[in-house]
Design a binder for this molecule. Structure first.
Ligand SMILES: Cc1cc2nc3c(=O)[nH]c(=O)nc-3n(C[C@H](O)[C@H](O)[C@H](O)COP(=O)(O)OP(=O)(O)OC[C@H]3O[C@@H](n4cnc5c(N)ncnc54)[C@H](O)[C@@H]3O)c2cc1C
Length: 381
Protein backbone atom coordinates (compact mmCIF):
# COMPACT_ATOMS: atom_id res chain seq x y z
CA UNK A 1 0.00 0.00 0.00
CA UNK A 2 2.84 2.44 0.82
CA UNK A 3 3.78 4.41 -2.31
CA UNK A 4 0.47 3.66 -4.00
CA UNK A 5 -2.91 5.28 -3.57
CA UNK A 6 -5.35 2.55 -4.50
CA UNK A 7 -5.97 -0.96 -3.25
CA UNK A 8 -4.53 -3.65 -5.51
CA UNK A 9 -6.86 -6.19 -7.13
CA UNK A 10 -6.30 -8.82 -4.43
CA UNK A 11 -7.32 -6.47 -1.64
CA UNK A 12 -10.18 -4.98 -3.64
CA UNK A 13 -11.62 -8.46 -4.26
CA UNK A 14 -11.16 -9.31 -0.59
CA UNK A 15 -12.96 -6.08 0.40
CA UNK A 16 -15.88 -7.02 -1.87
CA UNK A 17 -16.07 -10.50 -0.37
CA UNK A 18 -16.04 -9.06 3.18
CA UNK A 19 -18.84 -6.67 2.24
CA UNK A 20 -20.91 -9.50 0.75
CA UNK A 21 -20.37 -11.63 3.86
CA UNK A 22 -21.34 -8.78 6.19
CA UNK A 23 -24.46 -7.90 4.17
CA UNK A 24 -25.64 -11.50 4.04
CA UNK A 25 -24.52 -12.97 7.35
CA UNK A 26 -24.02 -10.11 9.81
CA UNK A 27 -26.56 -7.37 9.10
CA UNK A 28 -29.63 -9.58 9.60
CA UNK A 29 -28.40 -10.43 13.13
CA UNK A 30 -27.52 -6.94 14.34
CA UNK A 31 -30.83 -5.71 15.77
CA UNK A 32 -31.41 -8.81 17.89
CA UNK A 33 -27.80 -8.86 19.05
CA UNK A 34 -28.04 -5.22 20.16
CA UNK A 35 -31.37 -5.72 21.91
CA UNK A 36 -30.24 -8.88 23.69
CA UNK A 37 -26.74 -7.54 24.42
CA UNK A 38 -25.23 -10.74 23.04
CA UNK A 39 -22.88 -11.72 20.26
CA UNK A 40 -24.68 -14.06 17.83
CA UNK A 41 -22.81 -17.30 18.48
CA UNK A 42 -23.56 -18.91 15.13
CA UNK A 43 -21.37 -16.26 13.49
CA UNK A 44 -18.15 -17.79 14.78
CA UNK A 45 -18.43 -20.85 12.57
CA UNK A 46 -19.63 -18.83 9.59
CA UNK A 47 -16.67 -16.46 9.95
CA UNK A 48 -14.36 -19.45 10.25
CA UNK A 49 -15.84 -21.14 7.19
CA UNK A 50 -15.41 -17.89 5.25
CA UNK A 51 -11.68 -17.82 6.22
CA UNK A 52 -12.09 -14.50 8.04
CA UNK A 53 -10.61 -15.47 11.41
CA UNK A 54 -7.12 -16.54 10.33
CA UNK A 55 -5.89 -13.78 8.06
CA UNK A 56 -2.61 -13.56 9.96
CA UNK A 57 -2.28 -17.22 10.90
CA UNK A 58 -0.04 -19.55 8.89
CA UNK A 59 -1.60 -22.04 6.50
CA UNK A 60 -0.08 -24.79 8.65
CA UNK A 61 -2.50 -23.78 11.43
CA UNK A 62 -5.50 -23.30 9.13
CA UNK A 63 -5.06 -19.60 8.34
CA UNK A 64 -4.50 -17.79 5.08
CA UNK A 65 -1.30 -15.86 5.92
CA UNK A 66 -2.66 -12.64 4.36
CA UNK A 67 -1.70 -9.25 5.84
CA UNK A 68 -2.69 -6.40 8.14
CA UNK A 69 -4.27 -4.48 5.27
CA UNK A 70 -6.70 -7.38 4.75
CA UNK A 71 -7.56 -7.26 8.48
CA UNK A 72 -8.09 -3.50 8.11
CA UNK A 73 -10.57 -4.01 5.28
CA UNK A 74 -12.43 -6.66 7.28
CA UNK A 75 -12.61 -4.34 10.32
CA UNK A 76 -14.05 -1.53 8.21
CA UNK A 77 -16.75 -3.74 6.71
CA UNK A 78 -17.72 -5.34 10.04
CA UNK A 79 -18.04 -1.94 11.73
CA UNK A 80 -20.31 -0.67 8.94
CA UNK A 81 -22.80 -3.22 10.26
CA UNK A 82 -22.10 -3.26 14.01
CA UNK A 83 -19.35 -2.04 16.33
CA UNK A 84 -20.22 -4.63 18.98
CA UNK A 85 -20.03 -7.58 16.61
CA UNK A 86 -16.93 -6.15 14.93
CA UNK A 87 -14.96 -5.71 18.15
CA UNK A 88 -15.86 -9.18 19.45
CA UNK A 89 -14.49 -10.81 16.30
CA UNK A 90 -11.51 -8.50 15.96
CA UNK A 91 -10.37 -8.84 19.58
CA UNK A 92 -10.34 -12.62 19.36
CA UNK A 93 -8.79 -13.01 15.92
CA UNK A 94 -6.62 -9.91 15.55
CA UNK A 95 -5.85 -8.48 18.99
CA UNK A 96 -5.46 -11.66 21.09
CA UNK A 97 -4.59 -14.47 18.63
CA UNK A 98 -1.61 -12.61 17.08
CA UNK A 99 0.18 -12.91 20.43
CA UNK A 100 0.08 -16.69 19.92
CA UNK A 101 0.94 -16.39 16.21
CA UNK A 102 4.04 -14.29 16.96
CA UNK A 103 5.21 -15.56 20.34
CA UNK A 104 3.66 -19.00 20.88
CA UNK A 105 5.72 -22.19 21.01
CA UNK A 106 4.80 -24.82 18.39
CA UNK A 107 2.83 -26.68 21.06
CA UNK A 108 0.89 -23.54 22.04
CA UNK A 109 0.20 -22.71 18.40
CA UNK A 110 -1.01 -26.21 17.70
CA UNK A 111 -3.19 -26.17 20.79
CA UNK A 112 -4.96 -22.85 20.19
CA UNK A 113 -4.63 -21.55 16.63
CA UNK A 114 -6.65 -24.10 14.62
CA UNK A 115 -9.67 -23.60 16.93
CA UNK A 116 -9.35 -19.81 16.83
CA UNK A 117 -9.19 -19.88 13.04
CA UNK A 118 -12.19 -22.21 12.64
CA UNK A 119 -14.32 -20.27 15.14
CA UNK A 120 -14.50 -23.12 17.65
CA UNK A 121 -12.40 -21.16 20.16
CA UNK A 122 -12.55 -17.51 21.27
CA UNK A 123 -9.70 -15.48 22.76
CA UNK A 124 -9.39 -12.36 24.90
CA UNK A 125 -6.48 -10.15 25.92
CA UNK A 126 -6.36 -8.84 29.48
CA UNK A 127 -3.91 -6.03 30.10
CA UNK A 128 -5.90 -3.15 31.64
CA UNK A 129 -6.39 -3.10 35.42
CA UNK A 130 -8.53 -0.93 37.69
CA UNK A 131 -5.39 1.09 38.50
CA UNK A 132 -3.46 0.80 35.20
CA UNK A 133 -4.85 1.61 31.76
CA UNK A 134 -2.85 4.00 29.60
CA UNK A 135 0.19 3.32 31.76
CA UNK A 136 0.60 -0.37 30.90
CA UNK A 137 4.05 -0.53 32.51
CA UNK A 138 2.49 0.11 35.93
CA UNK A 139 0.27 -2.98 35.99
CA UNK A 140 0.30 -4.79 39.33
CA UNK A 141 -1.17 -8.27 38.74
CA UNK A 142 1.53 -10.70 39.74
CA UNK A 143 2.78 -14.09 38.61
CA UNK A 144 5.02 -15.79 41.14
CA UNK A 145 6.98 -18.98 40.71
CA UNK A 146 5.44 -22.12 42.16
CA UNK A 147 7.75 -25.09 41.59
CA UNK A 148 7.97 -25.33 37.79
CA UNK A 149 4.86 -23.26 37.26
CA UNK A 150 3.28 -19.96 38.26
CA UNK A 151 0.55 -18.52 40.46
CA UNK A 152 -1.32 -15.48 39.09
CA UNK A 153 -3.13 -12.93 41.26
CA UNK A 154 -4.75 -9.62 40.46
CA UNK A 155 -7.68 -7.96 38.71
CA UNK A 156 -8.17 -6.98 35.10
CA UNK A 157 -10.72 -4.39 33.99
CA UNK A 158 -12.79 -3.79 30.83
CA UNK A 159 -11.84 -7.10 29.23
CA UNK A 160 -13.60 -7.65 25.90
CA UNK A 161 -14.76 -11.26 25.33
CA UNK A 162 -14.02 -12.17 28.97
CA UNK A 163 -17.29 -14.07 29.25
CA UNK A 164 -16.90 -15.82 25.87
CA UNK A 165 -13.23 -16.66 25.85
CA UNK A 166 -11.74 -20.16 25.90
CA UNK A 167 -8.34 -18.61 26.50
CA UNK A 168 -7.31 -15.26 27.97
CA UNK A 169 -3.88 -13.78 27.38
CA UNK A 170 -2.97 -12.09 30.65
CA UNK A 171 -0.20 -9.56 31.29
CA UNK A 172 1.27 -10.00 34.79
CA UNK A 173 4.33 -8.88 36.70
CA UNK A 174 7.05 -11.51 37.04
CA UNK A 175 9.88 -9.16 37.88
CA UNK A 176 10.60 -5.71 39.28
CA UNK A 177 8.67 -2.52 38.52
CA UNK A 178 8.36 -1.05 35.04
CA UNK A 179 8.48 -2.44 31.54
CA UNK A 180 11.00 -5.22 31.99
CA UNK A 181 9.03 -6.93 34.77
CA UNK A 182 6.01 -8.01 32.71
CA UNK A 183 5.27 -11.42 31.13
CA UNK A 184 2.22 -12.66 29.22
CA UNK A 185 0.45 -15.94 30.10
CA UNK A 186 -2.14 -18.16 28.47
CA UNK A 187 -4.97 -18.79 30.92
CA UNK A 188 -7.63 -21.31 29.92
CA UNK A 189 -11.27 -20.67 30.82
CA UNK A 190 -12.26 -22.82 33.77
CA UNK A 191 -8.85 -22.74 35.45
CA UNK A 192 -9.51 -22.72 39.22
CA UNK A 193 -9.17 -19.20 40.65
CA UNK A 194 -10.15 -17.47 37.38
CA UNK A 195 -13.51 -15.69 37.57
CA UNK A 196 -15.39 -12.93 35.79
CA UNK A 197 -17.62 -10.10 36.89
CA UNK A 198 -21.01 -9.45 35.31
CA UNK A 199 -21.07 -7.93 31.81
CA UNK A 200 -20.64 -4.16 32.09
CA UNK A 201 -23.57 -2.06 30.84
CA UNK A 202 -21.89 0.16 28.28
CA UNK A 203 -22.76 3.31 26.31
CA UNK A 204 -22.08 1.42 23.07
CA UNK A 205 -20.81 -1.93 21.74
CA UNK A 206 -23.94 -3.46 23.28
CA UNK A 207 -23.46 -6.85 21.62
CA UNK A 208 -19.90 -7.20 22.92
CA UNK A 209 -19.05 -8.78 26.27
CA UNK A 210 -16.90 -6.62 28.57
CA UNK A 211 -16.12 -7.66 32.15
CA UNK A 212 -13.77 -7.52 35.04
CA UNK A 213 -11.52 -10.60 35.29
CA UNK A 214 -10.34 -11.76 38.70
CA UNK A 215 -7.20 -13.87 39.14
CA UNK A 216 -7.29 -15.41 42.59
CA UNK A 217 -4.21 -17.61 42.93
CA UNK A 218 -4.59 -19.11 39.46
CA UNK A 219 -2.10 -21.98 39.17
CA UNK A 220 -0.50 -22.42 35.76
CA UNK A 221 2.08 -24.83 34.40
CA UNK A 222 5.43 -23.72 32.94
CA UNK A 223 3.94 -24.05 29.44
CA UNK A 224 1.52 -21.16 30.13
CA UNK A 225 4.20 -18.51 29.55
CA UNK A 226 3.57 -16.87 26.18
CA UNK A 227 6.78 -15.53 24.68
CA UNK A 228 9.75 -14.60 26.81
CA UNK A 229 9.68 -13.94 30.53
CA UNK A 230 10.13 -10.19 31.06
CA UNK A 231 9.26 -9.35 27.43
CA UNK A 232 5.48 -9.07 27.89
CA UNK A 233 5.38 -5.26 27.81
CA UNK A 234 7.18 -5.19 24.47
CA UNK A 235 4.99 -7.97 23.05
CA UNK A 236 1.91 -5.97 24.10
CA UNK A 237 3.29 -2.79 22.50
CA UNK A 238 4.00 -4.67 19.24
CA UNK A 239 0.46 -6.03 19.17
CA UNK A 240 -0.90 -2.51 19.77
CA UNK A 241 0.20 -1.57 16.25
CA UNK A 242 -2.35 -3.83 14.57
CA UNK A 243 -4.90 -3.14 17.31
CA UNK A 244 -4.70 0.59 16.62
CA UNK A 245 -5.00 0.17 12.87
CA UNK A 246 -8.02 -2.09 13.41
CA UNK A 247 -9.70 0.48 15.70
CA UNK A 248 -8.97 3.23 13.16
CA UNK A 249 -10.54 1.04 10.46
CA UNK A 250 -13.60 0.50 12.63
CA UNK A 251 -13.92 4.30 12.77
CA UNK A 252 -13.74 4.41 8.98
CA UNK A 253 -16.51 1.78 8.85
CA UNK A 254 -18.84 3.69 11.19
CA UNK A 255 -18.16 6.91 9.28
CA UNK A 256 -18.71 5.34 5.84
CA UNK A 257 -22.00 3.82 6.90
CA UNK A 258 -23.22 7.08 8.45
CA UNK A 259 -22.25 9.13 5.41
CA UNK A 260 -24.09 6.70 3.11
CA UNK A 261 -27.31 6.69 5.12
CA UNK A 262 -27.18 10.45 5.78
CA UNK A 263 -26.87 11.07 2.04
CA UNK A 264 -29.94 8.92 1.34
CA UNK A 265 -31.81 10.70 4.09
CA UNK A 266 -31.16 14.27 2.87
CA UNK A 267 -32.13 13.29 -0.67
CA UNK A 268 -35.43 11.82 0.53
CA UNK A 269 -36.43 14.12 3.41
CA UNK A 270 -38.28 17.28 2.39
CA UNK A 271 -38.35 20.58 4.28
CA UNK A 272 -39.46 24.01 3.05
CA UNK A 273 -40.82 22.46 -0.15
CA UNK A 274 -37.74 20.58 -1.36
CA UNK A 275 -35.38 17.77 -0.36
CA UNK A 276 -32.91 18.80 2.32
CA UNK A 277 -30.11 18.14 -0.16
CA UNK A 278 -31.22 21.23 -2.10
CA UNK A 279 -29.88 23.38 0.71
CA UNK A 280 -26.26 24.34 0.16
CA UNK A 281 -25.44 24.19 3.86
CA UNK A 282 -26.62 20.56 3.94
CA UNK A 283 -24.62 19.63 0.83
CA UNK A 284 -21.54 21.30 2.29
CA UNK A 285 -21.91 19.31 5.47
CA UNK A 286 -21.99 16.09 3.42
CA UNK A 287 -18.92 17.26 1.48
CA UNK A 288 -17.04 17.93 4.71
CA UNK A 289 -17.98 14.49 6.03
CA UNK A 290 -16.72 12.94 2.78
CA UNK A 291 -13.39 14.80 3.00
CA UNK A 292 -12.93 13.66 6.61
CA UNK A 293 -13.76 10.08 5.65
CA UNK A 294 -11.38 10.02 2.67
CA UNK A 295 -8.49 11.32 4.75
CA UNK A 296 -9.22 8.89 7.59
CA UNK A 297 -9.39 5.95 5.19
CA UNK A 298 -6.21 6.88 3.32
CA UNK A 299 -4.11 7.30 6.46
CA UNK A 300 -5.53 4.08 7.91
CA UNK A 301 -4.72 2.06 4.78
CA UNK A 302 -1.28 3.65 4.66
CA UNK A 303 -0.69 2.75 8.31
CA UNK A 304 -1.65 -0.87 7.57
CA UNK A 305 0.60 -0.93 4.48
CA UNK A 306 3.54 0.51 6.40
CA UNK A 307 3.02 -1.89 9.29
CA UNK A 308 2.96 -4.83 6.85
CA UNK A 309 6.09 -3.59 5.10
CA UNK A 310 8.01 -2.94 8.34
CA UNK A 311 8.42 0.69 7.21
CA UNK A 312 10.62 2.74 9.59
CA UNK A 313 7.82 5.30 10.05
CA UNK A 314 5.09 2.70 10.64
CA UNK A 315 4.66 3.55 14.35
CA UNK A 316 4.15 7.24 13.64
CA UNK A 317 1.67 6.53 10.85
CA UNK A 318 -0.25 4.06 13.03
CA UNK A 319 -0.55 6.65 15.83
CA UNK A 320 -1.64 9.29 13.31
CA UNK A 321 -4.27 6.96 11.85
CA UNK A 322 -5.62 5.95 15.25
CA UNK A 323 -5.82 9.58 16.38
CA UNK A 324 -7.26 11.00 13.17
CA UNK A 325 -9.67 8.24 12.18
CA UNK A 326 -11.18 7.91 15.67
CA UNK A 327 -11.79 11.66 15.89
CA UNK A 328 -13.01 11.94 12.29
CA UNK A 329 -15.42 9.06 12.88
CA UNK A 330 -16.82 10.88 15.91
CA UNK A 331 -17.28 14.09 13.88
CA UNK A 332 -18.99 12.21 11.05
CA UNK A 333 -21.38 10.17 13.20
CA UNK A 334 -22.31 13.37 15.04
CA UNK A 335 -23.00 15.19 11.76
CA UNK A 336 -25.08 12.23 10.58
CA UNK A 337 -27.27 12.41 13.71
CA UNK A 338 -27.68 16.16 13.06
CA UNK A 339 -28.75 15.55 9.46
CA UNK A 340 -31.36 13.05 10.62
CA UNK A 341 -32.83 15.62 13.02
CA UNK A 342 -35.08 14.19 15.75
CA UNK A 343 -35.17 10.79 14.09
CA UNK A 344 -31.39 10.54 14.53
CA UNK A 345 -31.85 10.54 18.29
CA UNK A 346 -34.25 7.62 18.19
CA UNK A 347 -32.70 4.24 18.92
CA UNK A 348 -34.01 2.55 15.73
CA UNK A 349 -32.46 5.18 13.45
CA UNK A 350 -29.61 3.85 11.32
CA UNK A 351 -27.18 6.36 12.86
CA UNK A 352 -27.84 6.35 16.64
CA UNK A 353 -25.96 3.10 17.26
CA UNK A 354 -22.94 4.26 15.25
CA UNK A 355 -22.93 7.50 17.24
CA UNK A 356 -22.70 5.53 20.51
CA UNK A 357 -20.28 2.92 19.19
CA UNK A 358 -17.76 5.37 17.72
CA UNK A 359 -17.04 7.07 21.04
CA UNK A 360 -14.93 4.29 22.51
CA UNK A 361 -12.56 4.42 19.53
CA UNK A 362 -11.01 7.56 21.02
CA UNK A 363 -10.29 5.64 24.26
CA UNK A 364 -9.61 1.93 23.62
CA UNK A 365 -6.23 0.67 22.40
CA UNK A 366 -4.52 3.89 23.52
CA UNK A 367 -6.46 7.13 23.98
CA UNK A 368 -6.23 10.21 21.76
CA UNK A 369 -3.85 11.69 24.31
CA UNK A 370 -1.57 8.64 24.23
CA UNK A 371 -1.39 8.84 20.43
CA UNK A 372 -0.45 12.53 20.73
CA UNK A 373 2.18 11.58 23.29
CA UNK A 374 3.69 9.07 20.84
CA UNK A 375 3.58 11.61 17.99
CA UNK A 376 4.99 14.47 20.02
CA UNK A 377 7.92 12.33 21.18
CA UNK A 378 8.67 11.44 17.54
CA UNK A 379 8.57 15.12 16.61
CA UNK A 380 10.94 16.08 19.40
CA UNK A 381 13.57 13.51 18.37
C1 LIG B 1 -15.53 -1.17 26.09
C2 LIG B 1 -14.08 -1.33 26.43
C3 LIG B 1 -13.38 -2.46 26.02
C4 LIG B 1 -12.05 -2.65 26.40
N1 LIG B 1 -11.41 -3.82 26.06
C5 LIG B 1 -10.18 -4.08 26.59
C6 LIG B 1 -9.58 -5.37 26.43
O1 LIG B 1 -10.13 -6.27 25.77
N2 LIG B 1 -8.38 -5.61 27.03
C7 LIG B 1 -7.72 -4.65 27.77
O2 LIG B 1 -6.65 -4.93 28.27
N3 LIG B 1 -8.27 -3.41 27.93
C8 LIG B 1 -9.49 -3.10 27.37
N4 LIG B 1 -10.06 -1.87 27.55
C9 LIG B 1 -9.35 -0.86 28.32
C10 LIG B 1 -8.86 0.31 27.49
O3 LIG B 1 -7.78 -0.07 26.68
C11 LIG B 1 -8.51 1.44 28.47
O4 LIG B 1 -9.75 1.94 28.97
C12 LIG B 1 -7.71 2.56 27.84
O5 LIG B 1 -6.43 2.13 27.49
C13 LIG B 1 -7.58 3.78 28.76
O6 LIG B 1 -7.16 3.40 30.04
P1 LIG B 1 -7.99 3.89 31.34
O7 LIG B 1 -9.42 3.59 31.08
O8 LIG B 1 -7.37 3.30 32.53
O9 LIG B 1 -7.85 5.46 31.34
P2 LIG B 1 -6.65 6.28 32.05
O10 LIG B 1 -5.34 5.70 31.66
O11 LIG B 1 -6.96 6.44 33.50
O12 LIG B 1 -6.82 7.70 31.36
C14 LIG B 1 -7.79 8.67 31.78
C15 LIG B 1 -7.55 9.94 30.96
O13 LIG B 1 -6.22 10.43 31.23
C16 LIG B 1 -5.54 10.57 30.01
N5 LIG B 1 -4.11 10.27 30.17
C17 LIG B 1 -3.54 9.17 30.73
N6 LIG B 1 -2.19 9.22 30.62
C18 LIG B 1 -1.91 10.37 29.95
C19 LIG B 1 -0.70 10.98 29.50
N7 LIG B 1 0.49 10.42 29.70
N8 LIG B 1 -0.79 12.18 28.87
C20 LIG B 1 -2.00 12.77 28.66
N9 LIG B 1 -3.18 12.22 29.04
C21 LIG B 1 -3.13 11.04 29.68
C22 LIG B 1 -6.18 9.59 29.07
O14 LIG B 1 -5.93 9.93 27.72
C23 LIG B 1 -7.63 9.70 29.46
O15 LIG B 1 -8.20 10.82 28.81
C24 LIG B 1 -11.38 -1.65 27.15
C25 LIG B 1 -12.08 -0.49 27.54
C26 LIG B 1 -13.40 -0.35 27.23
C27 LIG B 1 -14.14 0.87 27.72
Amino acid sequence: MDGQWELDDVHRDFQASCRAFVDKRVRPLVDDAEREGRFPEQLWKELGDADLLGLLTSEEHGGSAADGLAVTLLAEELARASGGIAVTVLVSAYMAAPHIVHHGTSAQQLRYLPGLVSGEKVAAIAVTEPGAGSDVASLTSTARHDGDGWILSGRKMFITNAGLADVIIVGARTGGPGRAGITTFLVDAGTPGLSMGRPLAKMGWHSSDTREVVLDDVRLGPDAVLGETGRGFYQIMDAFQLERVVLAAMGVGHAAECLAVAKEHVLAREAFGAPLAHLQTIRHKLAEMAVDLDVARLITYQAAGRMDAGHPDAGRTVATAKFFAAKAANRIVDDAVQLFGGSGFVEESPVARHYRDARILRIGGGTDEIQLEILSRELAR
